[in-house]
Design a protein around this ligand. Structure first.
Ligand code: ARG
Length: 458
């Protein structure tokens, strides 16, 4: 007999049970479902809707069920549809009529909204902790590479010299924003929906604030229809996770490039690479590629939930059950990617000399040469043109700018003097970019210090 079987004269078809059932994926909500029920039962007792004895029997038994599930002693039942009815059924099987009182003043619609909010709060916290670990590693690597000069790129062409520290700290800014986005999302998840019933609240005089404070919620939802219909907190989280994955994926793309023979800027630790079944020489950056690849499924999940929700009339519709596999998968994916990505970065070797070799070629000091002429009184557009011609000349001669003799320089501009060589050295190019936000040693060191304070990194 189904818990809702009263108005039915026939059993549901087996195929309907299988199709309808969400227990195979929502079983992960068991702990939050039970803790939510305990708070609800306590409140029912406190408000005199059930007796205190009944409430405490229900709470004790729910705690037992929680322990049993954690010890692997409970098998869930597809016929009982979802985690909410599975737990309730087990409760009733243990304490009979008293167990039947738990669902007083509650619907699965507000119950599932509560469970998801509780579950997501925990997951947001754990993802935030993983981001802090990653930021910690990046900051440490940045500290070790404050004076590791490398080419910065635009259009994948060598552009201007930066440092590896500056480059890594660019990602730190992105991950800081990801962290902040999650904190912000948390605020909207942290609202307690129980008491909204199926959609129209309930006639019992429930103490919603009591339930909220028992469960550590900041506030309660303001409209019962919205509370059971709203999934935007799930969509928002998935959107935040998509942006986070996009950042990881860009970083992965660079890791893949940098450990290629063509770049050789870094070497990944053997423990985070794999080989080829046919080519004995291969050491492949599979971890980085997989993180980049898995970004697609997190985006897909976002689109999937958005699409599920777009045509739904208020209030609850069963379509909404489809939110779960999508957001669960996004969370699992992010939680699988972040720690291994962090390890991969932590253990990689930076080939400072290779980066420096790349800095020496590609005319990345051309802007600095143009600026040098500006400081000697040449208007920028003219100096840009002079240096452009100097670059063309150097390419023809197979030289770098700093290989040119003073005589060669002076054929292009009389203003160029002996001091040009210091000015266009990669070290000076970086050192002179000391304005806020720039790549100079001091600026980046200050940014590292600030990040360490924000995240309490030792
Ligand atoms: N398993 C359902 C879900 O995930 C729980 C809510 C069911 N409510 C209902 N009225 N059938 O959405």
């Amino acid at each position: 007999m189904k818990l809702w079987g009263g108005r039915f004269s026939k059993n549901t078809a087996k195929i309907t049970d299988d199709f309808n059932s969400s227990i195979r994926f929502d079983c992960r909500l068991y702990k939050h479902d039970i803790l939510g029920s305990i708070a609800h039962a306590k409140m029912l007792g406190k408000c005199g809707i059930i007796s205190e004895e009944e409430a405490s029997l229900i709470c004790r038994t729910l705690e037992e069920i929680l322990r049993d599930i954690e010890n692997g002693l409970v098998e869930f039942d597809t016929e009982a549809e979802d985690i909410h009815m599975n737990i309730e059924k087990i409760l009733i099987s243990r304490i009979g009529d008293t167990g039947k009182k738990l669902h007083t003043g509650r619907s699965r619609n507000d119950q599932v909204a509560l469970d998801m909010r509780m579950y997501l709060k925990d997951e947001i916290d754990s993802i935030k902790a993983m981001i802090v670990d990653l930021i910690g590693v990046l900051v440490k690597k940045a500290e070790e590479n404050l004076d590791t000069i490398m080419p910065g790129y635009t259009h994948m062409q060598r552009a201007q010299p930066v440092t590896l520290a500056h480059h890594f700290m660019a990602y730190v800014q992105m991950f800081r924003r990801d962290y902040d986005r999650l904190s912000d999302c948390y605020k909207r998840v942290n609202v307690m929906p129980l008491g909204s019933g199926a959609l129209a609240g309930t006639t019992y005089n429930l103490d919603r604030y009591f339930v909220a404070s028992e469960l550590g919620f900041d506030s309660i939802t303001e409209n019962s229809i919205d509370a059971v219909s709203d999934r935007d907190f799930i969509i928002e989280l998935n959107a935040d996770l998509s942006i986070l994955m996009m950042h990881l994926s860009r970083f992965c793309e660079e890791i893949v490039l940098w450990c290629s023979h063509e770049f050789s800027f870094i070497e990944l630790d053997d423990a985070y690479c794999t080989g080829s079944s046919i080519m004995p020489q291969k050491k492949n950056p599979d971890v980085a590629e997989l993180v980049r690849g898995k970004t697609g499924r997190v985006y897909g999940n976002l689109l999937s939930i958005l699409t599920v929700m777009k045509g739904l009339p208020l209030a609850y519709n069963k379509d909404m059950q489809e939110d779960k596999e999508a957001i669960f998968d996004s969370i699992d994916t992010v939680k699988a990617c972040l720690p291994i990505f962090t390890k991969m970065i932590e253990t990689m070797t930076v080939r400072k000399n290779k980066m420096y070799e790349a800095v020496k070629k590609g005319f990345i000091n051309a802007t600095d040469l143009a600026d040098y002429l500006v400081k000697k009184g040449v208007p920028f557009r003219d100096s840009h043109n002079i240096v452009g011609r100097l670059v063309a000349y150097s390419i023809e001669k197979g030289k770098n700018l700093d290989d040119l003799t003073l005589d060669e320089f002076r054929k292009f501009s009389e203003k160029i003097a002996e001091d040009v060589y210091t000015v266009i050295s990669p070290e000076t190019c970086v050192k002179q970019r000391k304005l806020p936000g720039g790549p100079s040693y001091e600026t980046v060191a200050a940014s590292i210090q600030k990040t360490k304070e924000i995240f309490n990194i030792k």
